[in-house]
Design a protein around this ligand. Structure first.
Ligand code: ADP
Ligand code: MG
Length: 223
């Protein structure tokens, strides 16, 4: 599904070059559940952004489902991202004035209104939040807000879900709930890649890679 070959990313800040990724080789098969670990600044978010087409690599090659991503223009990339990839971030990034269901409907810019609403409700049901559809974010706990964000990531039926420290703001009970949702999605054959600082969370994945200074220093299968 994902093939990164000798991928480097250098950010340029004025005259200073910041290497964020240095020669990353990584293959992810459909149906995997993979955790990315590493210290702050090791390149985890940069790697997620590249995998999710939110950022471009400086050198190397990236094939997504057999397509060389560098050959796609921004329009094609946006369409493919919208269709195939769901994102979840540490900050839930919900619109505060919109209800849970309205937030989940946002990625469905095409489809007709009635269908949109129904699909958003189904996505909320998938994360166990159908009963909170008309609550605004401020009326939901942190864990519930993150579940709304996961529903929003799911509403287009992605094949890949990318989550960058999705439990970073949550207590242990909510963390366990969120991780069990990701495991369920993975059992439903969605490929899941998640960044985490915590070993016990990573241990719930089936594969763990570790980054150090922009390089993969280990890649282990779990269980
Ligand atoms: P992590 O998510 O593991 O904390 P990041 O991928 O965010 O690491 O960052 C890797 C390196 O790239 C860091 O040195 C960071 O300062 C740098 N970096 C990340 N994003 C940018 C950016 N937009 N501009 C400049 N430097 C960046
Ligand atoms: Mg990060």
């Amino acid at each position: 599904m994902i093939e990164l070959e000798n991928v480097s990313k250098i950010y340029r800040m004025g005259k200073v070059e910041v290497p964020a990724l240095r020669g990353v080789n990584l293959t992810i098969e459909p149906g995997e559940m993979l955790a990315i670990m590493g210290a702050s600044g090791s390149g985890k978010s940069t790697l997620m952004h590249i995998i999710g087409f939110l950022d471009k690599l400086t050198s190397g090659r990236y094939c997504f489902q057999g397509t060389d991503v560098s050959r796609l223009n921004d329009n094609r990339l946006a369409v493919m991202r919208n269709k195939e990839i769901g994102f979840v971030f540490q900050e839930y990034n919900l619109l505060s004035r919109a209800s849970a269901v309205a937030n989940v409907e946002l990625p469905l810019v095409y489809g007709n209104g009635r269908n949109r609403h129904k699909r958003a409700l189904e996505a909320l049901e998938r994360v166990g939040l159908a009963g909170r559809a008309h609550h605004k974010p401020a009326e939901l706990s942190g864990g519930e807000q993150q579940r709304v964000a996961i529903a929003r990531a799911l509403v287009n039926n992605p094949t890949l879900v990318l989550a960058d420290e999705p439990t970073g703001n949550l207590d242990s009970a909510n963390t366990a709930e969120i991780i069990s949702i990701f495991r369920q999605l993975n059992q439903d054959s969605i490929t899941v890649v998640l960044v985490t600082h915590e070993t016990d969370i990573a241990a719930q994945a089936r594969r763990i890679i570790r980054l150090l200074d922009g390089q993969i220093i280990s890649d282990e299968r779990v269980g």
